[in-house]
Design a protein around this ligand. Structure first.
Ligand code: SF4
Length: 172
């Protein structure tokens, strides 16, 4: 079952603190910090900048060990931006296959979530769920860093359930 993040993702500081506490709590529960691999499938870079903001000192998810890695083989979570252009299509599938199970896919932004203005373009393949299984949707053009952090919380909650065997960890 996929999960959708509210559009504002919670934008006040108390909400941000709640998200940060929840990330720390889930990392302790899982017994590790999730590593993320960022896949740009032809985005305008708007969503990508917000991902960087979520990870770097202003929002600082890295303080919990949520960090970008250079290979999908080391990742627990794929953060996918963009409308899946024809040029990126095979690369997205390959990156998904290279990511070990259990893995979580987060569609970041309106482009991978639903196609946005590129919907039904002959040059794109959005929504991302047409191409690979998606676990969490974070809409917005671009979504705020709080919304991305909220998506990470939902991803960690699902990862925790996978590790406990409550939901299947290996997708068909
Ligand atoms: S959702 Fe908006 S900001 Fe994000 S890649 Fe698409 S057009 Fe750019």
């Amino acid at each position: 079952m996929s999960i959708k993040v509210p559009a504002n993702g919670g934008s006040n500081s108390s909400e941000r603190e709640r998200l940060e506490r929840r990330i720390a709590q889930l990392c302790r529960y899982i017994g590790k910090s999730p590593w993320v691999f960022h896949v740009n499938t032809g985005s305008c870079n708007g969503c990508d900048i917000e991902i960087i903001a979520a990870l770097t000192p202003r929002y600082d998810a890295e303080r919990f060990g949520v960090k970008l890695v250079g290979s999908p083989r080391h990742a627990d979570i794929l953060l996918v931006t963009g409308p899946v252009t024809n040029q990126s299509l095979e690369r997205v599938k390959l990156v998904y296959e290279q990511t070990p199970e259990p893995k979580i896919v987060i569609a970041v932004g309106s482009c991978p979530t639903g196609g946005s203005v590129f919907y039904e373009s002959p040059f794109t393949n959005a929504p991302l769920s047409n191409v690979i299984p998606v676990d969490v949707y974070v809409p917005g053009c671009p979504p705020r860093p709080e919304a991305i952090l909220h998506g990470v919380v939902l991803a960690l909650e699902k990862l925790a359930k996978m590790l406990k065997g409550e939901v299947p960890g290996v997708k068909e």
